[in-house]
Ligand binder design. Structure first.
Ligand SMILES: *[C@@H]1O[C@H](CO)[C@@H](O)[C@H](O)[C@H]1NC(C)=O
Ligand SMILES: *[C@@H]1O[C@H](CO)[C@@H](O)[C@H](O)[C@H]1NC(C)=O
Ligand SMILES: *[C@@H]1O[C@H](CO)[C@@H](O)[C@H](O)[C@H]1NC(C)=O
Length: 294
């Protein structure tokens, strides 16, 4: 599995250096960038950096407060234009999420507000938009949790960028094979390993509130659950975010919300995970965000 990691690394490096416009030169000189909101406010973005994905220091916080609404669940990418973009939850209820941009990860401005209402769904809740660069198809996607009822049931839906402006998106397309029984699934985070799409997604139903693992051969599914319940001993958690470490292993970060802890766990193959550990310094402060390896 390390082998696949190395291959993916080579593939993205060759993509990155394909042409000047593809060059994603990191504007912030750090191996990892972490965007989060904190237990103190749902309307402030905090940005942290790290050299090893374990010890994080504050780069800027608050770094961005939207003119109205929330900034929960900020998901960060470094785009082909050399700028950072976050997608985030704008409110507890509603039919949109938003995208903000920054050239230095410290000063942010609103880039676009994306409607999640379509002919197929008018969601009551639009939660946790998660950027996903698909290195198999070359497309940039956002996976977002949409609820057809009030606070459930939720399912993950995919939006795909129509162009590089990140203002025009097609979708939503539901990820199939996932049950919306009870309250369904929220906070879906995709990872491509080899030719397989893996998702880590929180079973919201019946008080389970565990992050489960499913796989598919295409981003929109159909997905088959591989590991369910508290399979990795993570306990009740939400907001999973997976990043790759420099040795090729994967690290998942999770928001323990009710435990008040922010934890991580490592895996070489996305199936077998180390015992969860708290993120030093930030556990108890940060809430659902993403760690970008850059
Ligand atoms: C892309 O989005 C911009 C800004 O919302 C809009 O003006 C433009 O018409 C859109 N382009 C397409 C092809 O939809
Ligand atoms: C990579 O490093 C992490 C963090 O130190 C460790 O948990 C993991 O076992 C390492 N993976 C490999 C394949 O050496
Ligand atoms: C972070 O946590 C470590 C271990 O608990 C501690 O030694 C260090 O002083 C802390 N750093 C900051 C900036 O708080």
């Amino acid at each position: 599995m390390l082998f696949f990691g190395a291959l993916i690394g080579l593939f993205s490096a060759s993509l990155a250096f394909g042409s000047p416009v593809e060059l994603e030169e990191r504007a912030v000189n750090a191996n990892y960038l972490f965007t989060a909101f904190t237990s103190a406010s749902e309307s402030n973005l905090y940005v942290y950096t790290s050299s090893d994905a374990t010890a994080f220091s504050l780069l800027k916080g608050p770094a961005y407060t939207p003119s109205s609404g929330l900034i929960r669940d900020p998901s960060v990418i470094l785009h082909t234009d050399g700028k950072y973009y976050i997608a985030y939850t704008t409110d507890w209820t509603g039919t949109n999420f938003a995208i903000a941009t920054s050239s230095d990860a410290q000063t942010w401005s609103l880039h676009a507000t994306i409607s999640t209402a379509s002919s197929t769904i008018t969601p009551v809740n639009t939660w946790a938009p998660e950027f996903f660069k698909d290195t198999k198809t070359g497309k940039l996607n956002i996976v977002v949790s949409l609820s057809t009822g009030s606070y459930g049931p939720f399912l993950p839906y995919v939006f795909t960028a129509s162009d590089s402006t990140l203002k025009n998106w097609s979708g939503p397309v539901v990820m199939s094979g996932i049950s919306n029984a009870g309250l369904g699934y929220i906070d879906t985070f995709p990872v491509l390993l080899g030719n397989t799409y893996h998702i880590f997604t929180k079973a919201e139903t019946n008080g389970q509130k565990h992050i489960e693992h499913a796989t598919a051969s295409s981003l929109t599914g159909p997905y088959t659950f591989q590991q369910t319940g508290d399979f990795a001993g993570w306990g009740q958690a939400e907001g999973p975010s997976v990043t790759q470490l420099s040795n090729g292993s994967y690290r998942i970060y999770m928001d323990g919300y009710s435990s008040g802890k922010y934890t991580y766990s490592d895996s070489a193959d996305l199936y077998t995970w180390s015992a969860p550990q708290t993120v030093p310094n930030l556990s108890g402060t940060v809430r659902h965000g993403t760690v970008l390896k850059q």
